[in-house]
Design a protein around this ligand. Sequence first.
Ligand code: DGP
Length: 122
Amino acid sequence: MAYDNDNIFAKILRGEIPCDKIYENDHALAFRDINPQADIHVLVIPKGAYTNMTDFAAQASDAEMAGFVRAVGETAKAVGVTDDGYRILANNGAHAKQEVPHLHIHIFGGQPLGRMIKPPEN
Ligand code: DGP
């Protein structure tokens, strides 16, 4: 799938739409999800134009990969979920119901999170 430069996270990266920033480094940005699914719900995105993890894993440089993974860890620390634990998740494509076509890792925490996967709704 070709990258859509008008997706909402591309606009956040360009500063066209505001976000509640938690952490930033040369290769990644982390901000609070607009529609939180847990007491703490943060998104970590690479600054490069990657649609999903498949694209990122194939195309990103080693420095981008290191920066992105480092950002996940630093963001978890910044929001205070490392002691009690947290969940990371990345929806990729239609079966996972990925809504925004720019790679993003969700960080959930701040409460017990239940089972890893719920039965499908339909
Ligand atoms: P996914 O289904 O994995 O593609 O999740 C997309 C997430 O992005 C969803 O949890 C809501 C969040 N989101 C959508 N638009 C915005 C926005 O404009 N700002 C922020 N902070 N989050 C957004």
